[in-house]
Design a protein around this ligand. Sequence first.
Ligand SMILES: [Fe+2]
Length: 271
Amino acid sequence: MRRIALYSDIHANSVALDAVYDDMRRAGIAERYCLGDLIGYGPDPAGVIERVRASGDPAIQGNYDEGVASRRGSCGCYYATDVDKANGAASYDFTDTALSPDDAGWLLGLPMHIPLLEDDARILLVHGSPRKINEYLLLDRTEHQLARLAHEAGADAVCHGHIHIPYHRSFVAAGSVAGAREGATVHYVSSGSVGKPKDGDPRACWVELVFGDEADVRAAAPGDGAAGPLGLSDVWLGVVVHRAAYDVEAVARSMVERGLPERLAEALRRA
Ligand SMILES: [Fe+2]
């Protein structure tokens, strides 16, 4: 059985990241990947970059990382209201000022994708989607849309961050996607968010992928209704969503102390 830990969207929250690293160590998982968005919104961008660099975990570039590291003036995020836009601009400026040239260069050197193999099943790690760093693969995407995206990317499983809501979906690809492998099971896994969850649970989130035979995966991921074979292979994939508690209030207070908008601190408390 192979177990992999995925974490993403840390968003400059080093206290939440420490809690997640502790949780992963307790779970005994050594193979770990960071799916991007280390910085933005939170109070400690340098501390998060320092920890991820020191961890040696392979990491993918996120849209916030790319936007600030390239000094482009925008993170490529979607903001629904003018107030959100103003808070987003304050967060961008704070992060831009805090980011050292060395860390910016490191972020710009991160890959957009990491491909993995499990037997002959193909797993693709991305930040937003296989085609776009800031595409939101929310739960309203249809199986047809997701099957087409996975087929175009040559993946049996797509694992992504960016939406800050963890999930695992799987379905059998129908023949309506031209060229797709008929009868193959397609998986999508969202890694949630370490430092800025948006699913109503303020605790830090990470996800565990479990690969193995059906019995092992069902035993290791008993609550996962989407567990199933990967592609056309005999290898199964199951997912466990983990949450790690930390002092959310202390981080929210330090955001305000450092001049970040009160509304962003409130969003951290509310998740
Ligand atoms: Fe993102």
